[in-house]
Design a protein around this ligand. Sequence first.
Ligand SMILES: Cc1ncc(COP(=O)(O)O)c(C=O)c1O
Length: 311
Amino acid sequence: MSGNPAYAWMNGEIIPWEDAKVHVRTEGFMRGASVFEGIRAYASPDGRQLYVFKGAEHTDRLFHTSMKILRMQLTWTAEDLIHGMVQLLRANTFHADVHIRPQVYFGMGEDHGFDPARIEVGCVITAVERPAKPSLWNGIHVRVSSWRRIGDETMPPRVKAGANYLNSRYAMMEARLDGYDSAIFLNAHGKVAEGPGACVMIVRHGKVIAPPATAGVLESITKSTLVQLFRSELDVDVVEREIDRTELYVADEVFFCGTGYEVQPIVSVDRYTIGTGEPGSVVKRMQDLYFNIARGQNPKYSQWLRPVYPD
Ligand SMILES: Cc1ncc(COP(=O)(O)O)c(C=O)c1O
């Protein structure tokens, strides 16, 4: 197929993209019994180098949260997967921003489908170029979803499982059909949880406010990164507490953050204009700082980056 990269990584080997296949009877395919990560690699301004951003934190979440809770055991280690990603990006000779997708799935189980020690577990990594969209700078319009976020007592959002994203799909379908770009979920208690594929943060009275890890959310790596950077680099206070729906409407700024959405200003919620209706100054300062670090322009944070090509 044209437009696709040449290679994927599957079960320890770099293989042609077309050969990255699983059987229709795998549990991963039939019942969404898979876990995954979304990771970015950012190109340096001259395009010569590519940096995998916080790869170790992502594989750590994959192994020690998602796989652990689903009792998945894999032949390859976290370091094997990071090495596999670097090999894959090199093999595809990427020199622009890339989105990397490692997936760990339960394979053919038959009678042992629910016995984690006996069902096979596979791993595949794909990566595609993903340039930023203009809306990253202009902002997006979102609605509060009529669907509630899944919860820890039903489908734990802390586990980045394939099946969890059906909940996101309901919210996205509704939002798009109603003319919005995306959605914000409330949790079972009616408090703000997160977006279909990102965390939510608001700015009120000069402080950044984010829902806590117990709000029915994925434990976001971008959120931890931003919390650290707001405090240490931008001298902005961050508070983690419950957020009411109507606080979204009266916030000075609202934004998504996550590997996919990056640092995404939201300019209206349920057609209430946020702030001036343009991306606010706090989110814009964070975008500058974040992308500068991600593109290898700030040596203080070089430990967050894994270079793909030899210098
Ligand atoms: C549901 C959900 N919440 C939050 C996030 C943000 O997580 P991270 O910053 O680790 O990418 C994501 C995205 O990856 C997500 O899918």
